[in-house]
Design a protein around this ligand. Structure first.
Ligand code: AMO
Length: 446
């Protein structure tokens, strides 16, 4: 039986006060009548029987339809219709999870007028990235995209848990700012009641200030960058997982915390049941480390180029180092330390024995930078000198500098671009493919 349920959402299916059963709970109901509710993932009409795949948050259930009248009506129902299906659970070794539903009574809760714009029933979506992003409202229903979102959620969970267990307090800082924390190049300016303001490129200034109050803080929040380049690893809004801690000896104390946080995140992600193969690697107790100058010497030799004056690693350098690390140390994780001071932001602490270099680091994962961090300046006079040297006006930084006027410990922290991490884990070609609603130079909706 197939009834139009769309006009009467509050009416229980056929007036039956059935409790909803999820697809993955079916095996424990063999022989019983249950009510499934979900989306019509796919249907296969055979000669004398139809197989419906009904998707809910737990997975996909198979429903066998033999009634010819129901089969005929179902033939016109587009993918993604929401159905309520009541029937008997039967053991069926050939079906997913070894069970299927027989003799269903089907009610339509809602359905589109036509087929959806992306075919999410296919194991891998065959559409172009732009089409998937234009129709994110539907594309995000694909089981692989659902798994990716669950991985991201587990990553945040692991980050929170590990830091909380280590005495860090979660904070939430403003995203509308008077001063650009990471320099002016890629900052979004907004009209703030007639005067300019900036969208936060990072919570950098506030997390440092809060070390003065809480010693150890972390934040999970959006960061905004006006990135003019259409690359596969940059977007204009990303999710930044930030931590900051006081009373460190140098950046190595921060790197040790970052390592533990990553291990905690991997442990949580390993528990996610994913619809596609995702290789969650172990994190070594000590992640290998190479100084920027040594990395450049290695790269220069390998590529036959003079890279001594390069201020930063290019993407192909990161990829090369990723392969080198895998071959040399057998791990996908590599710390590059000591980046040139001229390339790092004003708050960066120089390397004490050679101020060309800094007490900073990036973490490369499978050849892509996913973390930046380091030790910060902590003396007020050093900040005044650093801002002056870079010709940055101190006025908008007054509230930040106050923290250093009254005593701050040596401190440092890091930020992890979690979408980059998930991209590397899933092997997605583009960071946009692991994000819900990416923002970039072309795209402001959906
Ligand atoms: P950084 O600018 O390197 O450092 O950013 C930290 C991490 O954020 C990610 N990331 C991005 N992800 C997607 N799209 C972007 N446009 C983008 N830009 C950056 C990267 C990067 O490693 N305040 C410092 C961190 C610190 O020192 O604590 C900062 O923001 O994974």
């Amino acid at each position: 039986m197939l009834a139009d349920y769309s006009a009467s959402h509050s009416t229980p299916v056929h007036g039956t006060p059935f409790v909803r059963t999820l697809a993955k709970e079916m095996p424990s109901h063999v022989g019983a009548d249950v009510l499934l509710q979900g989306w019509l993932h796919h249907q296969r009409q055979m000669k004398s029987v139809s197989f419906l795949l009904l998707r809910d948050r737990s997975g996909i259930a198979q429903v066998v339809v033999e009634d010819s009248h129901v089969r005929a009506m179902l033939g016109n129902v587009p993918h993604e219709a929401v159905l309520a299906v009541r029937g008997r659970v039967v053991a069926a070794p050939q079906a997913p999870d070894g069970v299927e539903m027989h003799d269903p009574v089907i009610d339509m809760i809602s359905a589109g007028p036509e087929e959806p714009p992306v075919e999410i029933f296919r194991p891998v979506m065959q559409t172009q990235l732009a089409t998937r992003l234009d129709h994110a409202a539907i594309a995000l229903r694909h089981p692989n995209r659902v798994s990716t979102q669950r991985l991201l959620s587990a990553a945040m969970h692991g980050f929170r848990n590990t830091l909380t267990a280590n005495g860090f307090t979660e904070i939430a800082t403003p995203k509308l700012l008077e001063a650009a924390p990471e320099g002016g190049a890629n900052v979004f300016t907004v009209d703030y009641f007639g005067r300019p303001a900036y969208l936060a490129q990072s919570p950098q200034l506030y997390k440092q200030i809060m070390v003065g109050a809480l010693e150890r803080v972390f934040e999970i929040g959006p960061a905004f960058r006006a990135e003019p380049h259409d690359t596969s690893r940059h977007v204009s809004q990303f999710l930044s997982l930030d931590a900051e801690m006081g009373f460190i000896r140098d950046h190595h104390d921060v790197m040790a915390v970052a390592r533990d946080v990553l291990a905690g995140m991997m442990a949580k992600m390993a528990k996610v049941k994913s619809s596609e193969a995702v290789d969650i690697p172990t994190v070594p107790t000590t992640i290998p480390e190479i100084h920027f100058a040594d990395a450049m010497a290695l790269l220069g030799d390998a590529l036959g180029q003079d890279l001594r004056d390069e201020p930063d690693l290019a993407p192909e350098h990161e990829r090369w180092l990723g392969d080198w690390c895998e071959q040399t140390f057998g791990t996908a994780w590599l710390f590059v330390t000591g980046y040139p001071m001229r390339k790092r932001p004003f708050y960066t602490h120089p390397q004490p024995d050679d101020s060309r270099w800094s007490n900073s680091f990036d973490l490369l994962f499978r050849g892509l930078e996913i973390i930046t961090g380091g030790q910060r300046l902590h003396l007020h006079s050093d900040y005044l000198a650093a801002l002056d040297q870079r010709r940055i006006d101190v006025t908008p930084f007054a509230g930040y500098l106050e923290a250093f006027s009254y005593g701050m410990p040596p401190h440092g922290g890091f930020a992890l671009g979690v979408e980059r991490l998930i991209r590397q884990l899933t092997g997605a070609e583009n960071i946009r493919d692991v994000m819900l609603f990416p923002r970039d130079i072309q795209r402001l909706s959906p």
